[in-house]
Design a protein around this ligand. Structure first.
Ligand SMILES: C[C@@H]1O[C@@H](Oc2ccc([N+](=O)[O-])cc2)[C@@H](O)[C@H](O)[C@@H]1O
Length: 416
């Protein structure tokens, strides 16, 4: 009897073993473009004339919209201006090395041709085109890594999934039934029909049991062993850490982890009720703060229902993109700062080099760095122009010109 019990435990343990994927590419890539796109772009925070503040992609939950009514949005979804190559080339020009798009958000609508649920973009809309197919092809063509956001536990279209308490009041949910009949079959579709998938961006919701988290991570790695899974799968079973929404990292680490921010302060999906956008300077602060802690940054846009990005997002992302491309050496493959926060800006590091990202030009045109007397040289990264420097005790003292070469942020490379 003891033997049998031991075997069962082993088997269970076996079940709970997660094969981890190789995260090497992730910290190298540093910058990802997050795209929250779906039916919720149509109401954009407004339902039957009533404005709902906050996250636009939650409109069905906020307005307690019955499935029968929400499904009608699919009959209006027709993004005729959608051009996958345009989206991917824009992302590339702005310095993003991977894209993560919502394949299914909490409303349960599949933005790809799914044989598991008719509630999908090909079968339920006049558009009838598979946006994920076209994006996967364009990413492959332009060498852009592609990841899929998938809401594994919240699905307001399914009685047995998490979240819809207005259509299914008092209904006894069988969550494993939802995992077996929709979640896992759809993940299989996404991991077997769209080429290499860089990562599955699982998202919060129902507290997953360790068995459920392990089940889904093993399921993903069964079809694509190198596909990363995000930590919102729960129970520490993900391949890399994601921070809470719009939260800056507090510690510097070499672990693979990611901060996520929206261009629109308050909504991930396109919104007409939340219109305040982060300025290019605010986006820069988020970018520099994040990479100076060794983390990746996933920056979000909510595309408009007609299939294009807001003008303001295109304008602001191109502004920071220009800076990112000019200072690429100080970003991709860099690690966080070995020093505490600096009053004048941020630091990223590489072997034998420190990159000083100066956003607040020192009035006294002096900048000191505790380099313990190590001999070093300093130059402006973009122009290559040398900077006068001398060792003063433990510190390296740099003498800067009066005018800051790049108002947005000037990078000084210190080689030691
Ligand atoms: C990226 C965002 O993720 C979730 O929102 C969350 C999930 C988890 C936290 N959290 O852990 O703090 C906060 C918001 C979604 O509900 C939201 O619609 C969006 O997709």
């Amino acid at each position: 009897l003891l033997g049998i019990v031991l075997c069962l435990q082993l088997y269970a343990q076996e079940q709970n073993v997660v094969q981890k994927a190789d995260t090497k590419w992730f910290p190298e890539a540093k910058l990802g473009l997050f795209l929250h796109y779906g039916l919720y772009a149509i109401p954009a925070g407004v339902w039957k004339g009533k404005e709902y503040k906050g996250v636009g992609e939650w409109i069905q939950e906020r307005a307690k919209i019955p499935i029968s009514e929400y499904e009608q949005l699919a009959t209006q979804f027709n993004p005729q201006q959608f051009d996958a190559n345009e989206w991917v080339l824009f992302a590339k020009d702005c310095g993003f090395k991977y894209i993560v798009i919502t394949t299914k958000h909490h409303d349960g609508f599949a933005m790809y041709k799914s044989d598991v649920s008719k509630f999908n973009i090909v079968d339920a809309t006049p558009f009838k085109r598979d946006i994920i197919r076209e994006l996967a092809d364009a990413c492959k063509k332009h060498g852009m890594k592609l990841g899929f956001y998938y809401s594994q536990s919240r699905d307001w279209h399914e009685a047995d999934a998490e979240g819809n308490l207005w259509d299914f009041k008092g209904y006894q949910k069988n969550f494993q039934k939802y995992l077996d009949e929709k979640c896992k079959p759809q993940l299989q579709e996404l991991l077997t029909r769209y080429g290499d998938v860089a990562l599955i961006w699982f998202d919060g919701g129902r507290k997953m049991s360790d068995n459920e988290s392990t089940q889904l991570v093993n399921w993903v790695h069964k079809f694509q062993p190198n596909c990363l899974t995000s930590s919102r799968i729960g129970n520490g079973r993900g391949d890399y850490e994601t921070l809470s929404d719009n939260k800056l990292p507090t510690t510097t680490t070499d672990q693979a982890y990611e901060a996520l921010f929206t261009h629109n302060f308050r909504s991930w999906g396109y919104s007409k009720t939340e219109t305040k956008l982060r300025t290019p300077q605010e986006l820069m602060e988020v970018l520099l703060n994040t990479i100076s802690k060794g983390a990746n940054l996933l920056l979000n846009i909510g595309p408009k229902p007609e299939g294009v990005f807001q003008e303001e997002s295109i304008r602001d992302f191109r502004i920071i993109g220009k800076w990112i491309n000019a200072n690429a050496e100080a970003i991709y493959g860099s690690k966080g700062s070995p020093f505490p926060e600096m009053p004048w800006g941020y630091i990223t590091s590489k072997p034998g080099a420190l990159y000083l990202h100066v956003t607040k030009w020192p009035e006294d045109q002096k900048l000191s760095l505790p380099l313990n007397g190590r001999s070093s040289s300093a130059k402006f990264l973009v122009s290559g122009k040398k900077i006068k420097s001398k060792i003063a005790g433990e510190n390296l003292l740099l003498s800067l010109p009066a005018k800051q070469p790049d108002e947005m942020c000037t990078v000084i490379k210190v080689s030691y």
